[in-house]
Design a protein around this ligand. Structure first.
Ligand code: ADP
Ligand code: MG
Length: 257
């Protein structure tokens, strides 16, 4: 059974002056443990799509289902990682990790123990008592991901999580985040402007058209070298350039007049 399902989902934003039709009749089915990347022109509705899956927005038409149940409001099953880490500077790393657990009134001791284990597992154990300002941009984003994991979501929504970082850091971090997500067995949906990131991380890349946006094509990313290559290795794999050129051309068709 699909873990995430969108059936004929449309979404319009209404303001006093106008209606903006962001998404039109989106159909989408994602299995548990899949990694999906979404690419498409600016303003086409990628963030809107994630908001629908997270339950922050309700579709104007159609249905969003998670584990076969219609989404009604936000759920602890779904975690978010954004471009800005939103860490609180006045709290140390460990206490930043516990913010969500406090809000959700989860068991404090268990959440703390889990947070410490995650920090250690992913190489940040010695930074538990540091303040966020003492960390590099890449480390801060890893802390932001771990903060999301402390809430034990099944699904991770990543909305351009590496966009604010320099190229080297993004390359390294995308590699680390990929391994953390696989290690934790989560389903992930990544929105990114970076096509090589999209291809090297995902099982499938979805291309969205201009607004009112729909999913124009879905590319299954398979390499002869094997299915469990790291993003780094995928960038060197034989078919990588084929995927890159095909999707690049398609994106151009959506963006160029
Ligand atoms: P993307 O993430 O692909 O850049 P968004 O999902 O943020 O696109 O936005 C899709 C469209 O919906 C854009 O035209 C944007 O201006 C519009 N939009 C987004 N949020 C709102 C809102 N709260 N009210 C009105 N229009 C909005
Ligand atoms: Mg966006």
């Amino acid at each position: 059974m699909a873990q995430i399902e969108l059936k004929d989902v449309s979404l319009s934003y209404f303001t006093l002056k106008q209606e903006t039709e962001a998404l039109r009749e989106i159909n989408l089915s994602i299995k548990a443990g899949e990694f999906i990347s979404i690419v498409g022109p600016s303003g086409c509705g990628k963030s809107t799509l994630l908001s629908l899956i997270s339950g922050m927005l309700k579709p104007t038409k159609g249905e969003v289902l998670i584990d076969g149940h219609e989404v009604s409001g936000t759920s602890p099953k779904v975690g978010y990682m954004l471009q800005h880490d939103h860490l609180f500077e006045w709290r140390d790393v460990l206490s930043n990790l516990l913010v969500g657990a406090e809000i959700r009134r989860m068991d404090k001791k268990a959440a703390r123990q889990n947070a410490i284990e995650l920090l250690e597992r992913y190489g940040l154990g010695e930074f538990a008592q540091h303040s966020p300002s003492q960390l590099s941009g890449g480390m801060r984003q890893r802390v932001a991901l771990i903060r999301t994991l402390v809430a034990k979501p099944d699904i991770l929504l990543l909305d351009e999580p590496f966009s604010a970082l320099d190229y080297q850091t993004r390359l390294m971090l995308s590699e680390e985040v990929f391994h953390i997500i696989k290690d934790q067995g989560k389903t992930a949906i990544l929105v990114t402007h970076d096509l090589s990131e999209a291809i090297s991380m995902a099982d499938r890349v979805m291309v969205m058209s201009k607004r009112p946006s729909t999913i124009s094509t879905v590319h299954s990313i398979r390499f002869d070298e094997g299915d469990d290559l790291s993003p780094w290795k995928k960038r060197e794999a034989g078919r990588y350039n084929y995927y890159f050129n095909a999707i690049w051309k398609e994106l151009g068709d959506h963006v160029l007049p």
